[in-house]
Ligand binder design. Structure first.
Ligand SMILES: [Zn+2]
Length: 421
């Protein structure tokens, strides 16, 4: 009896021991962590679990429930169940990616002092929220009236509070040059050895204010010699912006109307006053008409291209050439106002304005016959240094038949004929 009881108790203890031991040895656990962060958009991959006693597996008894929608932020729970034990895995779909800001235009811009900053635009987007441009906050510390380097800051946050900041550099600089204003005319005519007194000038700058006392004047004028000179006025502001302007000084022999041997002389040295405005000379014009009529009979069309031009007409014309070719080049083929023979009413351009006109039948006829009508070819080939102008086979000047014939026979320029070459 006693043995049987002991056996029962012993067996009971043994079973209990084995049962408890097996529970203890039994293993049910998750592979990986039971809390996982999953970046939004990334596919959830089940890491699995282990359920076994030693090598004996119970895995096919485990029931797994729960789904992860990785396209949506949130917390998802996966359950792993055995009849006597349940495990959980929490999956957090999170967005840790920062939004993106793209600036239109340059990342570094230069702003002229005093001018308003103009935003050149930007775009913001986020992997989860999509378009975020409206959410961008812009701040800047620009003082448009002060030279310096400033920043425009662009800040945007997505719905998960990820933030992105970018900046644009704005350099406020002074690139506005000062202004020089000349008193008096910018184009002055003085007689050789005549008096010229500086009419004065003022200069001001957007930042520095009145800088008249900083103007440097360089006067490269020889008042004893005929010529066209410039007085240069230069000024530099405190930001090294420079302005240079000039005044043209024409030093001339005479501004009176000059007759030598009864012939009106106009060239770069002998000028006509602005108010000398005789219109076309009727004697010269009648001579031109006879020349044209006879030319036609000889088979040559010699249309009138240009006749009398007033001082102001010439001024307009010369300035338009200067705008096109610059003053230096323009003055080789066009006269300054007061220096054009066309202002005399005695000069005409006929035929064709072309260097080659002198080689055409009409040009040759004109050259050989115009003296019979009182005209000379005024600007001869190879005589540029005397007349001051390049060869112009189309420009004829009325001097009367006798003088024209003498000049033609001598083969000289008007200056040479008059002894002023
Ligand atoms: Zn001409």
């Amino acid at each position: 009896m006693k043995k049987k009881l002991l056996f029962i108790i012993g067996s009971g203890l043994f079973i209990t021991f084995v049962f408890l031991g097996s529970l203890y040895i039994f293993s049910f656990r998750l592979n990986g962590k039971n809390k996982i962060e999953l970046p939004v958009g990334m596919e959830y991959k089940e890491l699995g679990y282990k359920a076994n006693i030693f090598s004996l597996s119970f895995e096919n008894l485990v029931k797994v429930n729960g789904k992860v929608d990785s396209s949506k932020l949130g917390k998802y729970v996966i359950t792993y169940e055995l009849p006597f034990k349940k495990l959980l895995r929490e999956v957090f779909v999170v967005d840790k990616e920062k939004p993106n800001i793209e600036l239109d235009g340059d990342k570094e811009i230069v702003l002229s002092i005093g001018y308003d900053y103009q935003e050149s635009g930007y775009k913001a987007s986020d992997n989860y929220d999509g378009e975020l441009t409206d959410k961008v906050e812009i701040t800047n510390n620009i003082d448009k009236n002060k030279i310096g380097e400033y920043k425009v800051n662009y800040l945007v946050k997505d719905s998960s509070n990820n933030k992105t900041e970018v900046e644009r550099i704005v350099k406020v600089i002074d690139n506005i040059p000062p202004v020089i204003s000349l008193k008096g005319s910018r184009n002055i005519t003085v007689k050789v050895n005549g008096n010229y007194e500086e009419d004065g000038y003022t200069s001001s700058d957007n930042l520095d204010g009145d800088i008249t006392n900083k103007v440097k004047v360089s006067r490269n004028v020889d008042f004893s010699k005929f010529g066209t000179y410039s007085i240069l006025y230069e000024v530099e502001d405190s930001s090294n912006n420079k302005t240079t302007i000039s005044r043209t000084i024409n030093v001339i022999e005479n501004v009176e109307i000059t007759y030598i041997k009864g012939i009106l002389l106009v060239n770069k040295k002998y000028h006509l006053p602005a108010n000398y405005n005789p219109g076309v000379n009727s004697e010269a014009y009648q001579a031109l008409q006879r020349l044209q009529a006879d030319g036609r009979v000889a088979g040559h069309g010699l249309p009138l291209l240009s006749g009398f031009r007033s001082y102001n007409d010439q001024k307009y014309l010369f300035n338009s050439y200067v705008a096109k070719d610059g003053e230096a080049l323009a003055s080789t083929y066009s006269a300054r106002p007061g220096q054009s023979e066309h202002q005399t009413g005695l000069a005409f351009d006929v035929g064709q304005i072309s260097d080659n006109f002198g080689n055409t039948a009409a040009g040759i006829w004109l050259k050989e016959n115009c003296h019979k009508y009182g005209f000379i070819i005024r600007y001869l080939k190879g005589k540029e240094s005397i007349t001051g102008y390049k060869y112009e086979p189309w420009h004829i000047r009325y001097v009367g038949e006798n003088v024209a014939t003498e000049i033609y026979n001598q083969g000289v320029t008007l200056e040479e004929y008059l002894g002023v070459a």
